[in-house]
Design a protein around this ligand. Structure first.
Ligand SMILES: Cc1cc2nc3c(=O)[nH]c(=O)nc-3n(C[C@H](O)[C@H](O)[C@H](O)COP(=O)(O)OP(=O)(O)OC[C@H]3O[C@@H](n4cnc5c(N)ncnc54)[C@H](O)[C@@H]3O)c2cc1C
Length: 581
């Protein structure tokens, strides 16, 4: 049986972006949040290091420096108007959370404390600056708890363990407009149709296309996948961030806060090698540079461990009290997962797939775009699923918790305003038909392919061929592997044929999104014959502003093939320069 619901605003996702949007929208109009996880289990809760804003609480700082750092950190692929908005609104975003009760660490005078993070500098690169606000190394957890409490207080309705699988649209004169979503309820296997005036996607990233990743099991890019299958574009998908300090062999993240607090990277010769790569800010260079430097040390034989496969993060010179007060969780990870005691031993680390810079293109109101300019009425996106683009080719640490708050708030505000000004549109006939067909086909299929096997092979080829270093050959290999896996995916079958809590079925569906997104990533990367930020092509090792100072826009064609187009970068006041630190 299909149940139907009606809300002015439906938000898909209850991470930081979704709940910040819900808080804004819920105070204005009838709002529902649909989430496949319990809200407080969203990946935002795993964020450790902090959220930045030029509060200037501990040293001189201002939002213009923050804007510059964001643009430069993103290797000039950042839309500068969006970066300005984010850096300016950062200050209120932090203060709003403080007023809601978020327990930030404090200075002795009682102000919100701040620490250093990669790429955040004073006066356009002079020295590292203390800009990141934090609650020990559990900042994301505190943001999520705080926002959830506020949403409950303001009467936002939550539909937990509801998997959104389709977006409902209606043809209009100028293109399409949004009329709602279709969701699958995990507990019962029932289908729910939500008629909505505005839909906000806040479904997070898709790190699970890689094997070595800091991302949770659930980060399968559903929101991007759904939008993609509607023929709507995805922007800059080739730019995926590899975070330098994943626990070696595991990918579990050790926050950059460790280096912000004074941690140092060393190779097998005990050398502080970042001095060679980024003489000014060393270990606090942006992530793409540090990740490449680490991979290079390993390639050139200066890796540590039995296979010379990793480098070390050294915290042994930090006072125990500082480690306990500022880095309690991540040092515990080192003890638990690697049996290493960070007070006295160096921690084995290696880059781990971490963050999607690309996603659903939006403008600074969070409105999703159908091409380079055209707004899709009623569709919004915010957070990691979206590409505004404030992170360009490489995101600076602590700018994502900021992004989700600033653009989550904006999307919630504009989605509510839009919804309050229009009437409900009628739903198409049988709005659930496509989802029902997909589920039945998957549940009843007797194919021989297994979900886990295909996922493992996908992750393996992405780890080898589309990682920190790429070239035409490796990317072509990845593409042909993905095509083979897509052909096999058609014959995938799920073991569980039941209706209740059929996670087997949902993992199969999620794998479909991962395959689609991996393909977009690789096709976009193959066409970008340059190196910029997180995208490093060994066959084209330099940035090429003449040909590639532009965003990639990928579209799915009717026959399933991918068409690439490009969009100019918005430049306001910063001229592209060579990126040196
Ligand atoms: C380990 C780790 C540490 C990090 N540390 C930091 C940090 O210190 N500072 C920083 O700035 N950034 C950090 N980041 C990045 C940052 O945390 C994330 O980019 C950000 O929190 C993403 O928030 P979000 O709201 O967009 O998505 P998420 O928090 O991932 O939430 C996604 C939501 O979408 C829902 N969802 C997904 N698919 C569906 C579907 N089909 N139907 C219904 N619901 C769905 C999920 O249930 C979930 O509620 C870190 C990331 C990781 C992985």
């Amino acid at each position: 049986m299909v149940q139907t619901h009606k809300y002015d605003v439906v938000i898909v996702g209850a991470g930081g972006a979704g709940m910040r949007a819900a808080l804004e929208s819920g105070q204005r109009t009838r709002t529902a949040v649909l989430t496949k996880l319990y809200p407080t289990r969203s990946h935002t809760g795993a964020a450790q290091g902090g959220m930045c804003a030029a509060l200037a609480n501990v040293e001189e700082d201002n939002w213009e420096w923050h804007t510059f750092d964001t643009v430069k950190g993103g290797d000039y692929l950042v839309d500068q108007d969006a970066a300005e908005v984010m850096a300016k609104e950062a200050i209120d975003a932090v203060l709003d959370l403080e007023k809601m009760g978020l327990p930030f660490n404090r200075t002795e005078e009682g102000r919100i404390d701040q620490r250093r993070f990669g790429g955040h500098t004073r006066n356009h690169g002079e020295a590292a600056v203390r800009r990141s606000c934090f609650a020990a190394d559990r900042t994301g957890h505190m943001i999520l708890q705080t926002l959830y409490q506020q949403c409950i207080k303001h009467g936002v309705e939550f539909y937990n363990e509801f998997y959104v699988l389709d977006l409902l649209t209606k043809e209009t004169v100028g293109g399409v407009k949004v009329t709602g979503v279709v969701a699958y309820e995990l507990a019962t296997g029932e289908i729910h149709v939500f008629n909505a005036k505005s839909v906000i996607f806040a479904t997070g990233g898709f790190g699970k296309v890689f094997r070595t990743t800091s991302n949770a099991h659930t980060l399968t890019g559903d929101g991007m996948g759904i939008v993609w299958r509607k023929g709507l574009p995805l922007e800059d998908m080739e730019f995926f961030q590899f975070h330098p300090t994943g626990l070696a062999g595991l990918g579990v993240l050790l926050s950059e806060a460790a280096r912000g607090e004074g941690g140092i990277l060393r190779n097998s010769e005990n050398e502080r090698f970042m001095e060679r790569y980024a003489p000014t800010i060393k270990d606090l260079a942006p992530r793409d540079m540090v990740a490449r430097a680490m991979a290079n040390e390993v390639r050139e034989g200066r890796g540590a461990g039995p296979d010379k496969a990793y480098v070390y993060l050294d915290l042994t010179h930090l006072p125990k009290e500082q480690i306990d007060a500022k880095l309690p969780d991540i040092t515990e990870f080192a003890r638990t997962y690697l049996g290493v005691e960070p007070y006295t031993e160096m921690i084995p680390v290696f880059p781990t797939a971490h963050y999607a810079m690309g996603g659903v293109p939006t403008n600074i109101k969070g409105e999703a775009l159908a091409d380079n300019h055209t707004v899709i009425p009623g569709l919004y996106a915010a957070g990691e699923v979206a590409c505004v683009s404030v992170h360009g080719a490489n995101r600076l640490g602590t700018n994502s918790l900021l992004d989700i708050n600033v653009f989550g708030r904006r999307a919630g505000l504009y989605a509510a305003e839009y919804a309050m000004g229009i009437e409900y549109d009628e739903l198409p006939e049988d709005p659930e038909a496509q989802v029902v067909a997909m589920i039945e086909q998957m549940r009843d299929a007797g194919g021989s392919e297994r979900v886990a096997a295909i996922r493992q092979e996908l992750q393996a080829t992405m780890d080898i061929n589309a990682q920190v270093y790429r070239d035409e050959g490796s990317l072509k290999q990845a593409l042909s592997d993905i095509e083979g896996l897509k052909a096999r995916y058609v014959n995938v079958s799920v073991q569980d044929k039941g209706k209740r809590f059929n996670t087997d079925l949902l993992e199969a569906i999620e794998l479909g999104f991962l395959l689609d997104l991996a393909e977009v990533l690789v096709v976009s990367a193959l066409a970008r014959n340059e190196s910029r930020g997180g995208h490093y092509r060994e066959d084209y090792p330099h940035r090429d502003d003449v040909n590639f100072m532009r965003h990639t826009m990928a579209y799915r064609q009717e026959d399933g093939s991918i068409r690439l187009d490009y969009k100019p970068v918005v430049e306001t006041r910063y001229k592209p320069m060579e990126r040196k630190y």
